[in-house]
Design a protein. Structure first.
Length: 213
């Protein structure tokens, strides 16, 4: 007698298909998203050749991402010296620098932010080191010197420092370091055409308080 309907083998086949569908979908999702995540691989200092470890004659360390299976930089990039001080930090997209990079300027010993999305415009980060205790004295002395340093300032019409004069100080060594630090600050501002706060506020004197707090 012939029975109508599905046979046992056909029923098993349908059950297997129903079970496999979710797994196939999960596998496809994994492949799609997995490929997008695994597009890059990280190249570290240890993997570079001896020639690649030197930049301008200096031994440096690098860590950057490349497109998988290629040498094309794509992703985060870091360059630093053997003391792990950052020399360069930014991002590549398909071998091209993009966004804002932080680059150590060795001549002026300052960090410069360079915007590669804005024609490579540079924004130097000039810290007012003259407001801080000189570390060289802090290491040499048992206690930190305290007191006030007052400096008379004179700027020209374009806000360039013409002259400065010490009116009140703490001691000769300390005063000399702070004066030189201010001159360096003024010189960097002039070089990078950054307005000096003291000139903008039309300060004729600058008083800096050094305390133990």
């Amino acid at each position: 007698m012939i029975m109508s309907g599905e046979g046992p083998s056909r029923h098993i086949h349908k059950t297997l298909l129903a079970t496999m569908k979710p797994r196939i979908i999960i596998l496809l999702i994994t492949l799609i998203f997995g490929c997008s995540i695994c597009q890059r691989e990280i190249i570290t200092y240890q993997e570079l050749t001896k020639e690649q470890k030197k930049v301008l004659g200096r031994v440096i360390k690098e860590k950057y991402e490349v497109k998988k299976g290629t040498k094309i930089k794509d992703g985060l990039y870091e360059r630093y010296d053997l003391n792990y001080s950052t020399l360069e930090h930014g991002k590549y997209v398909n071998g091209q620098k993009v966004g804002v990079w932080k680059i150590w300027n060795e001549d002026d010993e300052i960090i410069i932010e360079k915007d590669f999305d804005n024609d490579g415009k540079e924004f130097p980060i000039i810290n007012q080191e003259y407001l801080k205790f000189p570390m060289i004295l802090a290491e040499e002395r048992d206690s930190l010197p305290t007191g006030q340093i007052t400096i008379k300032l004179k700027f020209d019409g374009s806000c360039q420092l013409e002259n400065l004069e010490l009116i009140k100080g703490i001691d000769n060594a300390f005063d000399s370091i702070i004066i030189n630090k201010y001159k360096r600050y003024a010189g960097l501002c002039k070089k990078y055409q950054i307005p000096k706060e003291d000139c903008i506020l039309k300060r004729e004197t600058l008083t800096i308080n050094f305390t133990n707090n």
